[in-house]
Design a protein around this ligand. Structure first.
Ligand SMILES: [Ca+2]
Ligand SMILES: [Ca+2]
Ligand SMILES: [Ca+2]
Length: 124
């Protein structure tokens, strides 16, 4: 494989797993694993953990400050409950639970596309 093609393929795979390249409905479709047109708590949690694994570049099981760049800073402030300036997997899971509850405005235990759209990965 030529170098430009290799770089393009790498970019594609990284985007596929680490961030949205397509519109919100595609992001919603990817989150909605069982295709029931809504995102439940487990599906939401899976997205959160996928993001965690992608961002944990040194594989130490936590997000440190450099790994929380950009919008991730918002998550750091909200999720770092023990104030050690890193986010553990458990802290992120707990934050995801709270975030799910705040997004689920009609309290039906699912995120519809409108509710999910409000999130849009903007705080991770
Ligand atoms: Ca679903
Ligand atoms: Ca922490
Ligand atoms: Ca809902």
């Amino acid at each position: 494989m030529s170098k430009p093609r290799f770089l393009l393929s790498t970019l594609f795979v990284a985007t596929l797993f680490c961030g949205p390249l397509w519109g919100q409905s595609s992001a919603f479709d990817r989150a909605d694993v069982n295709d029931d047109a809504r995102v439940d708590r487990d599906e939401f949690g899976r997205i959160i953990i996928d993001r965690f694994d992608c961002r944990d570049q040194n594989n130490d099981g936590a997000w440190s400050l450099p790994e929380c760049r950009g919008p991730g800073r918002v998550t750091l402030d909200a999720a770092d409950t023990n104030n050690d300036n890193t986010i553990s997997r458990d802290e992120l899971t707990d934050w995801g639970d709270r975030r799910f509850d705040s997004l689920d405005r009609n309290r039906d235990g699912h995120l519809g596309i409108q509710e999910y759209r409000e999130w849009g990965l903007s705080d991770m």
